[in-house]
Design a protein around this ligand. Sequence first.
Ligand code: SF4
Length: 123
Amino acid sequence: MSWGEADRSLPEQLGTDMTPLRPMRGHAMSATGSATNWRSIGACLSADPDLFFPISSVGPAERQIARAKKICAGCAVRRECLDFALSHDPIYGIWGGTTAEDRQRERRRKRRAAAAARRRAAA
Ligand code: SF4
């Protein structure tokens, strides 16, 4: 998958294939109610939480991000996690297999698509 594919949304790029659940730790540690119950089954619950909160996006952190994204790729609640992050951005860390930078690109893509739709409607 290439994050440079500006014409496809993140959910489209991520696809819908989900593997079975694994026991965990990560973002699910903060599950507080029914609206966030998806967190209690996130694949990151059994992972090192530091993987999901890299201190940069370059150097050794790139391996950390890649490992976190690999865990997210097999997470059964990846879509819910991504939706949460997109609706609560700016939010730090890796959510739904995306970094803050990935989500920023997604917001820009949506703004451009909305502007293009408005121009088409006005024409
Ligand atoms: S998508 Fe990634 S960050 Fe979100 S709950 Fe699943 S493993 Fe954790």
